[in-house]
Design a protein around this ligand. Structure first.
Ligand SMILES: [Cu+2]
Length: 127
């Protein structure tokens, strides 16, 4: 291989490593873990122009309770949808709204506002 070919191969290898790190390792680590409350994996998500945290990490097979704390009146965030769990819920402004489900399969599941503008993710790990 010529010198420039080696550089191309190294560059491609570095890109692959980066993509894997970015999406799989960093993504999982930056997700906020749920805390256990009486066997329920509970996590509070602030809704104000975005979901905070936007990534939450839970374990498969135990109930999950997401507490959406909506601190705005912007109509964008008035609904939250978790398509994988068949959930669509209205979030009254300046109130907490509880959403509960039990993930049976590990994976990464999106939640969005009613118009899919705000986005978050539930990362379900093996129990
Ligand atoms: Cu919206």
């Amino acid at each position: 291989m010529s010198g420039s070919e080696v550089l191309v191969v190294l560059g491609a290898a570095a890109a692959i490593v980066w993509v894997n790190w970015y999406f799989f390792i960093a993504g999982g680590r930056s997700a906020a873990p749920a805390s256990l409350a009486g066997g329920v994996q509970e996590i509070r998500i602030r809704v104000e122009g975005a979901y905070a945290p936007a990534r939450v990490r839970v374990r498969r097979g135990s109930p999950v309770r997401l507490i959406f704390d909506r601190q705005e009146t912007s109509s964008c965030s008035e609904e939250v949808v978790l398509p994988a769990f068949g959930i669509r819920k209205f979030l009254p402004a300046f109130q907490e709204t509880v959403v509960e489900f039990t993930p049976q399969e590990a994976g990464s599941y999106e939640f969005t506002c009613g118009m899919s503008m705000l986005r978050g993710r539930v990362i379900v790990e093996e129990g």
